[in-house]
Design a protein. Structure first.
Length: 63
């Protein structure tokens, strides 16, 4: 049986840690940042964690 292909879009947007957490960055902060609040821009630098187990299992299977 052939090996399942990696979903390139999910691989580039999500990061799997050693402890099993699935991290992602919020979208919409790559350009056109003039009108956005400084607080939002600062918070967008951090990675966010996915807490839902059903979504996490679905994405991990595609990575």
């Amino acid at each position: 049986m052939m090996k399942m292909k990696v979903h390139k879009g999910i691989k580039s947007r999500f990061k799997l840690t050693c402890s099993g957490k699935l991290l992602f960055k919020k979208r919409g902060f790559s350009h056109l940042l003039n009108g956005k609040l400084t607080k939002k821009k600062r918070k967008s630098k951090k990675f966010n964690c996915i807490n839902s187990n059903t979504i996490k299992k679905k994405y991990i299977s595609l990575i």
